[in-house]
Design a protein around this ligand. Structure first.
Ligand SMILES: [Zn+2]
Length: 134
C-alpha cells in the first residue's frame, strides 16, 4: 500500500520535502484522497505498488523540471507518478481503463510518460476513456 509518506518523499528519495512549507494541510488532505483511490485501484488490478517516482513537488522543484505543467497537480496533492520502467503498468491500466472511471482517476497518455505512470484526480470534462494528453 502506498502511504502519505511515500507520496511526500517520493518513496524516500526526497525526505527533505516532508518539511517543505508548501506541504499544507490542504495538500496532504488532497494526497490522502488520491491514495484512497490509487491503492484500491492497484489492488483491483492485482498490482503490488511500485515505488513513487514523483509525488509531492514544491513549486521550485516543479519549475525546474523540463516539460512539467506550470500548475502541476503534483504541487497540490492530486497527482502521483509510479515507476514503470518497461511501460507494463501503463499497458495494464490502458487495458483496464474502465477502472479509472470507477476510482475517479485519470491516466496521462503513456506516450508522454516513458518510464513512469502518471495518475491524477484532475478536474476535466468526463469522457468515455479517462486518458488525457498533457
Ligand atoms: Zn506526473
Amino acid at each position: 500500500m502506498l502511504t502519505l509518506d511515500d507520496w511526500i518523499t517520493s518513496s524516500g528519495s526526497h525526505p527533505e520535502r516532508a518539511s517543505d512549507s508548501e506541504l499544507t494541510d490542504e495538500v496532504m488532505a488532497n494526497a490522502q484522497r488520491l491514495l484512497d483511490a490509487v491503492n484500491p485501484f492497484l489492488d483491483e488490478l492485482g498490482i503490488t505498488p511500485p515505488p513513487v517516482s514523483s509525488g509531492f513537488r514544491p513549486s521550485t522543484v516543479n519549475a525546474a523540471l523540463p516539460n512539467s505543467a506550470k500548475r502541476s497537480l503534483h504541487m497540490t496533492g492530486l497527482a502521483i507518478d509510479l515507476r514503470d520502467k518497461n511501460n507494463e503498468l501503463d499497458r495494464i491500466v490502458v487495458a483496464n481503463s474502465a477502472l479509472l472511471t470507477k476510482y475517479g482517476l485519470w491516466l496521462e497518455s503513456p506516450a508522454s510518460t516513458p518510464g513512469w505512470t502518471h495518475l491524477d484526480l484532475g478536474t476535466r470534462s468526463d469522457r468515455p476513456v479517462r486518458i488525457f494528453q498533457p
